[in-house]
Write a protein that binds this ligand. Structure first.
Ligand SMILES: [Zn+2]
Ligand SMILES: [Zn+2]
Length: 176
């Protein structure tokens, strides 16, 4: 059974408690070993000078090369992420691939406090890793795999996979 690795790739100091929350949520959602991975390397080549943001595609490729080299690797960053057609994204993943990335940047709301940030990050982490396992967007609004382009949708959905997505995940991942 392949493992999941969570790697802080932000510029600020790593927030160990936050990473541990992500680790536990991933372990609960996917029922497999989740480890925190650490290395000082950062995907700085993904920075776009004009937009002052980081492009997700090169980060995903880099995570595959610089990461643990096995299982799924989720990069967690404080940098602002984008794909060319959108102003920003909370995260991105290689559908059915090895890498996923999520950012705290647009999930932070000073008024919402820490509990809200932890909750939002956990949902987006499970969502992107779900994509890495091959899950696509789900029509059930409370399912963690439902689309969430804005924090309103993130807050409205749950942190769990619905029964249907759970079934798909078993088919997709099997014992692999
Ligand atoms: Zn998605
Ligand atoms: Zn679902």
């Amino acid at each position: 059974m392949s493992s999941i690795f969570v790697w802080w790739i932000g510029e600020e100091e790593v927030d160990h408690e936050l990473m541990e929350h992500v680790r536990l949520h991933l372990a609960a959602a996917f029922g497999r070993p989740v480890f925190l991975w650490d290395s000082p390397e950062r995907p700085r080549h993904a920075y776009d000078e004009k937009r002052k943001q980081y492009r997700t595609t090169p980060i995903l490729g880099w995570l595959g090369e610089a990461g643990p080299g096995a299982g799924k690797v989720l990069g967690v960053t404080d940098a602002d992420l984008f794909i060319p057609i959108l102003t920003y994204v909370f995260g991105e993943a290689q559908l059915g691939g090895g890498a996923a990335v999520v950012s705290l940047k647009r999930l932070l709301d000073p008024a919402g406090g820490r509990a809200q940030l932890v909750e939002r990050l956990a949902k987006e982490a499970v969502h992107e890793v779900g994509h890495a396992f091959g899950l696509v967007h789900c029509g059930h609004e409370h399912c963690v795999m439902s689309r969430s382009p804005a924090v309103r949708e993130v807050d409205a959905k749950g942190v769990d996979l619905c029964g249907e997505c759970r079934g798909h995940l078993e088919e997709l991942a099997g014992g692999a």
